[in-house]
Structures are given as C-alpha cells and as structure tokens.
Design a protein. Structure first.
Length: 144
C-alpha cells in the first residue's frame, strides 16, 4: 500500500482561473481523476489527483502556477450508505485525524474512491489495511 501524489494549487478567485488550469493540463494530456476547490476570499485552493502527477506538476509549475505536491491516500469505499462511515470510524477509532477528504465515483472502476489527507499517513495505511480496506496504488488511479 502506497500513498499517491495530490497536486494543490493556490489561485486567485477570478473568472477563467479554473479554465486556465484545465487547459494547461489538457494541452499536456494530463487527465484529472478527482478534484476539489476550496474558496478563501480572494483566493482558492484547488486540490486534484491526476493520472500523471509528475507531468501535471511540471506543466503547472512551468505555467507559473503556485503548485505543490502532497501525499494522500486513495481508499476504496463501498458505494452504499455507510461506506464513508466505515472508513472514518476506523481512522477515528485509531486516533487518526482527517485533515480533508473528497471522493469520486466511476462506473468504469465500479467503485467509489475516497481521497484523504491524514495527520499520520503511515499509521493510517496500517489500520486501514488491518481493517480489510483497500488502498489504491498510483497505477490503479492512472488506469481508472
């Protein structure tokens, strides 16, 4: 089980900024797998998982975006009521704090995927695996 790379961007909260990010990645052939946007007044934080994080990071940086990479976990989640609870209960019961999370569902993969940033990545990997939960690899994210 391995962490995956998430790309985070700090951008002005203005019309056209998301389009510029999307165009930059599209022109480079980088596919966005999951995305969340958090607004903070005049600026926002875009967090995303892409099929080629190294390439995505590089093209965004070359396009003068304020970009960083973060290790996150992609946890397979049952696409039923209680699927999120099952994961959060394991983490909370083991004193692991979730800094943020976002999810996506894909019919191609026939599963839901929860992207989480936690305060103790290594412990989270152990307790989730011990509870029988599957963490997706970078390769699995690329092939969704």
């Amino acid at each position: 089980m391995v962490a995956i790379k998430q790309i985070s961007l700090f951008v002005e909260n203005k019309p056209g900024r998301m389009a510029r990010v999307a165009k930059t990645l599209s022109d480079a052939g980088v596919n966005i797998r999951a995305l969340t946007v958090a607004e903070a007044g005049d600026f926002g934080v875009i967090r995303m998982v892409v099929d080629s994080p190294e390439k995505g990071y590089q093209v965004l940086r070359e396009s003068r975006f304020t970009v960083s990479e973060t290790d996150v976990l992609a946890v397979e989640m049952k696409d039923i009521p209680g699927g999120l609870y099952e994961i959060m209960n394991v983490l909370g019961g083991n004193e692991i704090n979730v800094d943020y999370a976002y999810a996506f569902v894909t019919t191609k993969a026939e599963r839901a995927m929860l992207i989480i940033r936690v305060d103790d990545l290594e412990k989270a990997k152990v307790v989730l695996g011990g509870a029988g939960m599957k963490l997706a690899t970078k390769e699995e994210i690329q092939n969704i």
